[in-house]
Design a protein around this ligand. Sequence first.
Ligand code: G3P
Length: 242
Amino acid sequence: MARLIGHRGAARVAPENTLAGFRAAAACGVRMVEFDVRLTRDLIPIVLHDDRIDRTTDGQGDAARMTYAEIRRHDAGSWFDPRFRGERVPSFSETLALLGELGLGAIVELKPASGQEAETAERVVETLRQEWPENLPSPTLSSFRSDALEVAQRVAPDLARAVLVKKVPSDWQTRADALEAVALHVDHRYLKSSEAASIRDAGFGLFAYTVNEPDRAEELFNWGVEAVFTDCPDRLLASVAS
Ligand code: G3P
């Protein structure tokens, strides 16, 4: 299993959640990436972390209120570095095609805008059913939003789900059981070794985000964390086997 997962592609190496970012992650040597999917106003699944396009493009606006064509007018690379000028906010579809070419597995984080929880999960599942590359291991769906994961559970019970949290809640096992989740994805800054042990002892997978220091990754692996999301796969791969 991959121990290093490129976070939003390789977020410190190339602009996050772009095709260039996924290529950069593959060039670093990771075998799996994580990225965020939400819907445009015309219900096209796109790969974008924030509700708004402001931070990661040269435009402004709430993605859920913009059409795909409007979002595509904006540059999603030059904010990071001028050499990435011309990158666009990718569609989920074109991202999947590229993953197939690069041989990258994926953690697909559902990032629904408020009120679009069900529709986001449904559209993502529909696209995965039709377009997930056959050469890749099956993806995992994750989300901070239990309501989106519940919809995924109903419409695609066969697709692996992970409960995404900042801190491990006291009712984590009830939540994970209800969602028939295979794993918890947890912010490493709040994770305690005792929590890691309980999660692993109960038979769940455990991934930690966002880990950019090799020593911290090693410590987490020693706690039983199976994989870490990292912005710097180049740095971590030098000392951690992927
Ligand atoms: O999926 C792990 C991690 O990406 C969650 O945090 O803020 O990047 O969605 P965020």
